[in-house]
Design a protein around this ligand. Structure first.
Ligand SMILES: C[S@@+](CC[C@H](N)C(=O)[O-])C[C@H]1O[C@@H](n2cnc3c(N)ncnc32)[C@H](O)[C@@H]1O
Length: 323
C-alpha cells in the first residue's frame, strides 16, 4: 500500500523546500503522540511544518488503515454508493483520498478540521486532484461547534482519541445522527484505541445501528478483557519516509481498530479473521469472529475451502464472499 501517485507527488513537491532536520524534529514529536493514542492533551499541528511532518510520517499509514476499512465496508455493503462524504478531524485530508479511491460515486466532499495549518495543507495536497476532491469544502470549526449536515458517508479517522471521553460519546452520537448511510470510526490498534471503539460500538448499537464491519453481527463484542481486536495494513516506505523515521525497513505495519455502522441491512455476514492465520503443512488454523462469537477453525486439504484459506489474510472474511 502506498499513497495515490497524485498525492505522493504533491506531498513530495511541498516537502522539497523544507529542511529535513526541521521536519524530523516536528514529526517525531507529533507522530509519537499520535501513535500512542492518548486521549488527553493531544498534540496540535500549529505550524505548516507540523502539518507537513504529520503528512510525511503518519499520513501513509492512516491512509492505508482507512482504505482497508472502507474495502471491508464495500464488501459487506456492495450496493452502497455514497454521493456525499464528510470527513471529521480530517487532518491533511487523508480519508478524503481513501474514500474517493473506494467510492467513485462520491460527488460532494466536505472536510471538518479545526487546525488552519492542516486545512491549508489539505487544500494544497488536493490542488491538482480531480473533482470533487480539488473543490472539497473545508469547515473551519471544531466538532460540536456547529450542527452537522447529513451526509451519506461520514468518517472519523484517528480523531476520537483526541476528544475527552464524554465529548467522544456525544460527538459520535451527533455523527451517527448525521450519517444517512454509513459511519466509520478508525482508531490506533492499541488496547486504548480498541476500548474506545468497543464503547462507541455499544453506544451506536443502542442507538439502532447495525454493524457493517469488522464484526459480522451487532451483538455484544466477544473479545476477552486484556485482548483487543485490531488489524494491520502494510505500508511501503518511500526513501524520504525512511529518512524521516530513521528506519531501514522498506515497509511498516500500521495497526488499527475500527467500527463501521449503518441503518440498512448488511449483505455479508461471513466470519472475520482476527489474527495472522497459522499455516502448517496441509493445515491452516484461523481465529475467527463470527455470528456465533469467537471460534478457531482448522482447514485441512480435504476442506473445499482449503485453497481460499491459504490466501486468506488477517482482517479478511472467511470463507471469502464477494470481494
Ligand atoms: C491524528 S489526526 C488524524 C487526521 C486524519 N483523519 C488521518 O487519519 O490522517 C487528528 C486530526 O483531528 C483534528 N481534531 C482534533 N480534535 C478536533 C475537533 N474537536 N474538531 C475538529 N478537528 C479536530 C486535529 O487537528 C488533527 O488534524
Amino acid at each position: 500500500m502506498t499513497l495515490p501517485p497524485l498525492l505522493e507527488a504533491q506531498l513530495e513537491s511541498l516537502l522539497h523546500d523544507v529542511h529535513p532536520h526541521e521536519l524530523r524534529e516536528s514529526s517525531a514529536h507529533l507522530s509519537e503522540r499520535y501513535r500512542s493514542g492518548h486521549s488527553t492533551s493531544a498534540p496540535r499541528a500549529a505550524t505548516a511544518i507540523d502539518a507537513l511532518g504529520y503528512a510525511a510520517t503518519r499520513m501513509p499509514a492512516t491512509y492505508g488503515a482507512v482504505v482497508q476499512t472502507l474495502s471491508a465496508v464495500h464488501q459487506a455493503l456492495p450496493d452502497f454508493a455514497p454521493q456525499s462524504l464528510l470527513d471529521v478531524g480530517s487532518g491533511p485530508g487523508t480519508a478524503l483520498w481513501a474514500a474517493l479511491a473506494q467510492f467513485p460515486s462520491i460527488a460532494d466532499v466536505t472536510a471538518l478540521e479545526r487546525e488552519p495549518a492542516m486545512r491549508d495543507l489539505g487544500s494544497k495536497l488536493a490542488a491538482f486532484a480531480p473533482d470533487p476532491l480539488r473543490h472539497a469544502q473545508w469547515l473551519d470549526h471544531g466538532l460540536g461547534q456547529a450542527p452537522l449536515k447529513p451526509h451519506d458517508l461520514i468518517i472519523a479517522a484517528y480523531v476520537v482519541g483526541e476528544l475527552r471521553p464524554d465529548e467522544a460519546q456525544s460527538q459520535v452520537k451527533a455523527l451517527w445522527e448525521a450519517a444517512r448511510g454509513v459511519l466509520v470510526v478508525v482508531e490506533p490498534g492499541t488496547p486504548d484505541g480498541f476500548s474506545r471503539i468497543r464503547r462507541l460500538r455499544e453506544d451506536l448499537i443502542r442507538a439502532g445501528a447495525q454493524v457493517v464491519a469488522p464484526c459480522p453481527h451487532s451483538q455484544s463484542c466477544p473479545i476477552a478483557d486484556g485482548d483487543w481486536c485490531h488489524f494491520a495494513q502494510r505500508i511501503q516506505r518511500t526513501r524520504r519516509h525512511r529518512q524521516l523515521k530513521g528506519a531501514d525497513a522498506p515497509f511498516e505495519d500500521e495497526k488499527f481498530s475500527y467500527v463501521a455502522v449503518t441503518r440498512q441491512g448488511v449483505y455479508d455476514r461471513s466470519s472475520r479473521v482476527l489474527r495472522h492465520p497459522q499455516i502448517e503443512s496441509g493445515r491452516i488454523t484461523l481465529s475467527l469472529c463470527g455470528p456465533d462469537g469467537l471460534t478457531t477453525q482448522v482447514v485441512t486439504r480435504r476442506d473445499p475451502h482449503f485453497k481460499e484459506a491459504r490466501k486468506t489474510r488477517w482482517g479478511e472474511v472467511f470463507p471469502p464472499g464477494r470481494k
